[in-house]
Design a protein around this ligand. Structure first.
Ligand SMILES: [Zn+2]
Ligand SMILES: [Zn+2]
Length: 132
């Protein structure tokens, strides 16, 4: 029983950690953040829970940036920007994919589209200042 409670406490802490930041964290980042409070936490537990949250639609994955998968607690439709200098992931609160056009594409190509993501790449404001 104690073990089970401990398990769900960790699960909740992992979810809260993802939701507490807009930095689109990696599993490593979450592990480092929670380790002081949960000394027996393993990276495997973090990975497993993130995979489960992702499957449930509680969080989303932005994909792999510089070799590490990035997660987002904000599941509302928005677009992501990845900086090719520092690897930061920023939110762009816009949808570039037009739902009407998607409906047309479904008809045209005889397919059902469940989701669409657009990833913008370039130089973030901070890096842009540095290179100028
Ligand atoms: Zn940058
Ligand atoms: Zn985001």
């Amino acid at each position: 029983m104690e073990k089970r409670r401990n398990y769900s406490r960790k699960r909740e802490a992992i979810l809260n950690a993802v939701r507490s930041t807009t930095s689109h964290p990696t599993a490593d980042w979450i592990y480092e953040k929670l380790k002081p409070e949960y000394p027996d936490l393993s990276l495997g537990t973090v990975y497993r829970n993130l995979a489960q949250f992702k499957e449930d639609g509680t969080i989303i994955s932005i994909g792999v940036v510089n070799g590490q998968e990035r997660f987002d607690g904000n599941v509302k439709p928005h677009t992501h920007f990845v900086c090719s200098e520092c690897g930061c992931v920023l939110d762009v609160p816009e949808e570039f994919i037009n739902p009407d056009r998607m409906a047309q594409i479904e008809k045209e190509y005889h397919m059902r589209i469940d989701s669409a993501d657009l990833l913008l790449r370039g130089i973030c404001p901070d890096c842009f200042k540095k290179i100028r």
